[in-house]
Design a protein around this ligand. Structure first.
Ligand SMILES: Cc1cc2nc3c(=O)[nH]c(=O)nc-3n(C[C@H](O)[C@H](O)[C@H](O)COP(=O)(O)O)c2cc1C
Length: 194
């Protein structure tokens, strides 16, 4: 199998453990995927708040890391071939930027390029509740070809911990790229005895 080249964008919404787990699992599959990390200033702030960590820890988990202000970096061009991009978590500001094509940082530009090249763009969009503006932007993004994959809870898989919920979302994200998530429990049909 060819190694997948995946851009991982991290923006300043809540949900840093999701970004962490995704990078960790991709790292564990280094033979199957290489990661290109871009994170925003907002992400660094939210990461500190939610995990007490600095972005350097995330950087160590990626194969390549780019400065978000460096709009001349490789992912800014469509000629840099990738299998797609994941924005996890995706803030409503970043969703608005992608939806409007306002690419004033590398993360936004890379997402814009991913759409224009008709590659897979997965947005783990997080806000609660969602305003009409958020819903309109996410609807438009879906129409433009992005996959809107909000980190919502599932109960049919009987999660017994927060880690289990995080692994379930991570599994769904990786599934979008044909990669199998660790501990990802697929629905096998309803138990006939219930
Ligand atoms: C602790 C924390 C949690 C946040 N959670 C969210 C969130 O869940 N969704 C969201 O859209 N913005 C959230 N924000 C606000 C964004 O970080 C803010 O709008 C920022 O400007 C986003 O910029 P970025 O998309 O460039 O990272 C949060 C901010 C902080 C400090």
């Amino acid at each position: 199998m060819d190694k997948k080249r995946i851009i991982v964008g991290i923006s300043g919404a809540s949900g840093m453990p999701l970004a962490w787990e995704l990078l960790r699992q991709l790292r564990a599959r280094r033979d199957q995927a290489e990661t290109h990390l871009i994170y925003t200033e907002g992400a660094a702030r939210t990461l500190l708040q939610e995990t007490g960590q600095t972005p350097q820890v995330l950087e160590k988990m990626a194969d390549y890391v780019y400065d978000n202000q460096n709009i001349g970096a490789a992912p800014a061009s469509g000629s840099f071939r990738t299998d797609g991009m994941i924005v996890v978590p995706c803030s409503m500001k970043t969703a608005a930027g992608i939806a409007s094509g306002y690419s004033d940082n590398l993360l936004l530009r890379a997402a814009d390029v991913t759409l224009k090249e008709r590659r897979r763009l997965v947005l783990v969009a997080r806000e609660c509740p969602l305003s009409t503006i958020h819903l309109r932007n996410l609807y438009e993004l879906s129409r433009y070809g992005a996959v809107i994959l909000p980190p919502v809870l599932s109960f049919y898989n009987h999660p017994d911990s927060l880690d289990c919920c995080i692994r379930h979302i991570t599994g769904k994200i990786l599934d979008m790229f044909g990669l199998e998530g660790e501990g990802y429990r697929r629905w096998e049909g309803m138990d006939e005895n219930l």
